[in-house]
Design a protein around this ligand. Structure first.
Ligand code: GLA
Length: 378
């Protein structure tokens, strides 16, 4: 849409909804292994401006995309022509399969500050915000968890990405100044206060165009499933996170496969780190938090192999210039890292940008962030 069309659209909307981006403090690549994760919402937003229609058309607009993507409420099956609107259309599809009815069409304009493909979960943001707007506009009374499950079904069944539930869950359930300690096996959760006095988290955006994320992601999920099926021949477990660190020597012999073993080792030790990290967060034990961030990154680099030169370099830069700890966040293979730094480390941003750009010839971004609430109607 042009600037003028956008202004006109926004001035005549019926409803406005908003979703934040997310970071994951720790617990990486273990949501789909039944593990504990500790994500939080950050103040980069995707906003959906909605106008009601009298017919059964649904039309999707976004900043930076000319024209619109359009379909009708009786024509929701997967199609390549839906392009980026595959997520919201997928949600209409999944909810319609569950028996929900939509009485009229909509025009939706999405405006996003969440860079897509950056590992901050722009896809879960568009899914959750669309879930909330559908629920509120058509009076479906969906709970936040209903929205989370529907959003995950779109990713898994409609888009065929085997992602876990962490991103959809945090963007729906997030709470200001809190991280969400979520058990992805039971879906039990509790909030962990994140007031860190003189310290804060920052986002380190590598600006590496992400490639192969989906295929590599699915490959990791398959490796874990393969390891689990072997482990189940001896252990009575439903998922890899039910194993304990002291099972690892025996698991190594049982798997007899270096790659599968290193994947399992990461999962089991990362799960243990989440528990220690969340206790340290409660006590404000900054050094412990920093140590665990670094250990998590090393494990994702060496054992799970999802980092790469860009994430490794930005984490190295962060630690070089005073971070207490840093790690990649999200799926990896490019995207973003996070660092825990002292609030008065005024040169951190400039130093990291300089070091990283001199090494890799790409200018990264460093965002100072706040921890905010999840999806909302505004
Ligand atoms: C992506 C997925 C999540 C999770 C992370 C890695 O963000 O969407 O489900 O698996 O990667 O922790």
């Amino acid at each position: 849409m042009t600037e003028k069309e956008t202004m006109e659209f926004k001035e005549t909307v019926n409803r406005i909804f908003r979703a934040p981006a997310r970071i994951n403090l720790i617990g990486e690549h273990i949501d789909y292994n039944g593990g504990l994760v500790l994500p939080a919402c950050v103040n980069l937003y995707l906003t959906a401006f909605v106008k009601y229609r009298n017919d059964n058309k649904i039309r999707f607009f976004s900043r930076g995309f000319n024209g619109c993507i359009e379909t009708t409420l009786d024509n929701l099956s997967y199609s390549k022509r839906f392009k980026w609107a595959i997520y919201p259309i997928g949600l209409f599809y999944i909810l319609s399969k569950k028996g929900y009815e939509f009485k009229h069409g909509l025009d939706i304009y999405y405006e996003s500050e969440i860079p897509s493909g950056s590992g901050l979960s722009s896809s879960a943001a568009i899914l959750d915000v669309t879930g909330l707007l559908i629920s509120n506009i058509y009076n479906l009374n969906l709970s936040l968890l209903d929205i989370v499950y529907a959003a995950k079904a779109v990713e898994n069944d409609y888009c065929k990405l085997k992602s876990g539930i962490m991103d959809q869950a945090i963007i729906a359930l997030g709470k200001k100044n809190n991280a969400l300690l979520l058990d992805c096996n039971t879906m039990n959760y509790e909030y962990k206060n994140m007031i860190l006095d003189d310290y804060m988290f920052v986002i380190l955006k590598t600006n590496k165009p992400r490639k192969l994320v989906e295929s590599k992601y699915n490959e990791r999920v398959e490796e874990c499933n393969k390891a689990l099926s072997i482990i189940k021949t001896k252990y009575d477990v439903d998922n890899l996170c039910m194993l304990k660190p002291n099972d690892l020597p025996d698991i190594k012999l049982l798997l007899n496969d270096d790659i599968l073993y290193r994947r399992v080792k990461h999962v089991v030790l990362e799960q243990a780190r989440v528990i220690v990290f969340s206790n340290a967060l409660g006590k404000g034990d900054i050094n412990q938090l920093g140590r665990l961030l670094n250990e998590s990154h090393e494990s994702l680099k060496n054992d799970y192999e999802v980092t790469g030169i860009h994430l490794d370099t930005i984490v190295e830069a962060a630690n070089k210039f005073g971070a207490v700890g840093a790690r990649m966040t999200g799926a990896g293979f490019g995207g973003c890292g996070i660092a825990l730094i002292k609030k008065d480390n005024n040169n951190f941003k400039d130093n990291v940008i300089k070091y990283y750009s001199e090494k890799l010839g790409i200018i990264p971004d460093v965002y100072m962030i706040n921890i905010v609430d999840g999806i909302k109607e505004i």
